[in-house]
Design a protein around this ligand. Sequence first.
Ligand code: 8BR
Ligand code: ZN
Ligand code: ZN
Length: 381
Amino acid sequence: SQQLKTIETCLFNEKIKKTLDKLGDWNWSIFELEHLCPGKSMVLCAHHIFTKLDLFNKFRINTHQFVSFFTTVESSYGSNPYHNALHGTDVMKSMYYWIKSDEYTSYIRDIDVLVALVAACVHDFKHPGTNQDFHNKTESDLALLYNGKSVLENLHCSEALRLLFKSPHHHCNLFSGIGCKNELNYIRECLADMILATDMTHHSELMKTTREMMKRRQEVRNGVCQNSREIERKNCLTIGMHLCDLSNPTYSWKDCKVWTYLLMQEWYKQGDKEKELGLTVSPMMDRNNPNVPRGQIGFIDYIVTPLFENWGSLFPEADVCLQNLKRNRKNWEKRLLKENTQPAENENENENEDQSSNEEEAKEHVKDLHLEKTASKQSKA
Ligand code: 8BR
Ligand code: ZN
Ligand code: ZN
C-alpha cells in the first residue's frame, strides 16, 4: 500500500535512522524526529519499537494492519496544541524506556508490553482540547454520556477500541493475529484500565498503591512474604502509564519548556472559551494573568517529584528523571524570581534569550502540526 511505501522510504533516510537509533534514551527528544518527518513520528516510532522488541513475530502482527492502525491514530488524533498525536507518541517512547528495564519487565508479561505501548499512543485519542471540568460545567454531550466521570479518558478508550475492533474489514485490527478469545478480552480490559488510569483524579490512589508496592517488595526482600510479582502486574502498568503521562518536567529543559508552552496554549484557549461563555476562568487558564513558573513548581513539588521518587525506589532507571526534575525546578525558580523582580512593563525589553527561543521553537512546532493536518487532508482527497 501507499502508506507502507511512505514509511519504508522514511526508514531508509539516514537522518531519520540515526535519530530513531537513540529512541531508548530518556533524554531523547520527539521534536527532533517530528521535524524530520512531520506527521509520521507515531508510526515510525511504533515501527522502530515493535521491531526492536520483536512484537511483529511474537504476536503475528500484519504489517498492513499495523501501518493502517498507527497512521489512522496519528492523522485523526486531533490538532490541539498539546493533546495531539505527538504527546501520544511521546508517552509511548517514555513507556518504552521502562519496558527496556529488566526490573520493570520482570513484573509484566509479553502481552502487557504490547498493550502498554498501544495504550500510551491512544491515551489522549480524540481529545477535545478542553478538560473534564469544562465539560461538566457546560453540561456537554460528553459529560452527559459519561455521567461526569473520567469523561475524556472514557472517550479516548472508547474511540481507540472502536478503531481497533470495529473498523471496516478489520482494517486497523492490530491484534488480528491473536486467535485466543481470552487473550483478546484481556487486551481490551488492560487497554481500558491503563487509559482510565491517566485520569488525574486517580493520582492519590495510584500514589497509595505505589507505597504499598514498595512495602511489599521490602517484605519479599526480608523473606516475610512470597514473591509478589503477579499481584504487581496491573499496578506496574497503570502507575507506569500515569507516570509517563506526567513526565514532561523530567525531560531535558528544552523539551520541558516546549511541552509546557504547548499545554499553556491549550489552556489559554479554554480560558478564552470560558470568558466567551461568561464562566469563571479556570486557574492557570487566563492568558492575561499567566502564572507558569509558579504553576510548574507546584506541579513538580506536589505531584511529579513524589511520584518519581517513589517509583525510583522501585526502579533505579528513574535516576536520570530525578536529576532532570531537580534542574528544571531550579530553572522555573529562576524565572519566578526574574518575574518578581522585573516590573511588568519591562517584560518585553528584558525578555531573556532563552525564553524567546523557546517560544519560537514551540511556535515552529505548532506550525508543523498544521502542516500535518493539511497534508493528511490532501492525502485523503
Ligand atoms: P493529560 O496529559 O492526560 O492531560 O494529564 C496531564 C495533566 O497534568 C494535565 O492535564 C495538567 O493538569 C497537569 N500538568 C501540569 Br499542572 N503541568 C503539566 C506539564 N508541564 N506537562 C504535563 N501535564 C501537566
Ligand atoms: Zn489525558
Ligand atoms: Zn496525556
